[in-house]
Design a protein around this ligand. Structure first.
Ligand code: NAD
Length: 297
């Protein structure tokens, strides 16, 4: 069993750290929010008072932080992970951050002889609690193999995506598909409403035709066809519109850096920004139907 320093035990990191403790690992956590620390302690983790105390002498250090700025600060700052961790420690960042920041931190780690993986997840808070997350892992194959038992305690699927940064690339490309397809599905239902086509009929046809996609058949944005989808439960998230906007913006940032043309990604980003600015950021991202389909039914 490993000793693991875990930094950032919020909505995702909290249950992930708890699952590592449940699997028998010694987990030492740090988070500036006292309630998050208390929850982790109740789940069997030990509390540390600083980043240095969290990581010193541990086999691995896992981070689950809001954005690239925090990941850089926690690793490269004074008393940070790179300065304080054991020489052979394996660093695994599970946050969703920009590709450039992921590559920059991994390069700084490599300068100190430390292996670092970018390992963002999909599956959300429910997947984190149930240990069914999917990890998209960028970095050296040997480090990915070392990380296997830890990732498997927190998830059920581990995909080695390639070199450093490729985990983040896979995550933002996937979520750009998701954001664009959710808006497409919402627009189709809005059009069907105006054409007098029953929503259930559209669902029955499209779910068995070439319009089939996750946004339609799992997270259907209109109430009715999929009883478990957030549309039937007041659009309670799920995956929030604010999270979708964050990931779409990361996609646009990356597209700008490499000169990729992503006009639909850009449009989806603008629409989710409008939606979130209208104070809907905490709703499930499928609630964008209420904006694109306004007045259709
Ligand atoms: P969160 O805000 O609940 O948790 C982040 C935690 O990091 C907080 O508890 C915060 O106090 C802590 N933190 C911030 N700065 C810190 C620092 N300098 N040192 C130590 N701790 C610090 O966010 P979350 O929902 O757990 O998301 C975490 C990451 O996972 C994000 O990158 C997000 O994009 C990604 N993600 C979230 C979901 C989801 O459904 N919530 C799904 C997939 C991926």
């Amino acid at each position: 069993m490993a000793t693991i320093g875990f930094i950032g035990v919020g909505n995702m990191g909290g249950p992930m750290a708890a699952n590592l403790a449940k699997a028998g690992h010694a987990v030492i956590v740090f988070d500036p929010v006292p309630a998050a620390m208390e929850r982790a302690r109740a789940a069997g983790c030990a509390a540390a008072a600083s980043i240095a105390e969290t990581v010193v002498g541990r086999d691995a250090v896992i981070t689950m932080l809001p954005s690239g700025a925090e990941v850089i600060a926690v690793h490269a700052g004074e008393g940070g992970v790179l300065e304080s961790c054991a020489p052979g420690a394996l660093l695994i960042d599970c946050s969703t951050i920009d590709v450039a920041a992921a590559r920059a931190v991994a390069a700084q780690a490599a300068e100190r002889g430390l292996a670092m993986l970018d390992a963002p997840v999909s599956g959300g808070v429910r997947g984190a609690a149930a240990a069914t997350l999917t990890f998209m892992v960028g970095g050296a194959a040997e480090a990915v193999a070392r990380a296997g038992p830890l990732l498997e305690a927190m998830g059920k699927t581990v995909v080695h995506t390639g070199a450093s940064g490729s985990g983040q690339a896979a995550k933002i490309c996937n979520n750009m598909i998701l954001g664009v397809s959710m808006i497409a599905v919402a627009e189709a239902f809005a059009l069907a409403d105006r054409l007098g086509l029953d929503r259930q009929v559209l669902f029955d046809v499209a779910s068995r035709s070439s319009g089939q996609c996750w946004a339609l058949t799992t997270n259907c944005p209109v109430p009715g066809p999929m009883p478990a989808s957030p549309a039937n439960h007041g659009y309670r998230a799920g995956f929030t519109a604010a999270m979708m906007l964050k990931d779409l913006r990361l996609g646009q940032q990356a597209a700008g850096q490499v000169g990729a043309a992503t006009p639909l990604g850009a449009a989806a980003t603008a629409l989710y920004a409008l939606f979130c600015n209208g104070d809907h950021g905490a709703e499930d991202f499928s609630a964008i139907f209420r904006m694109v389909g306004a007045g259709s039914a």
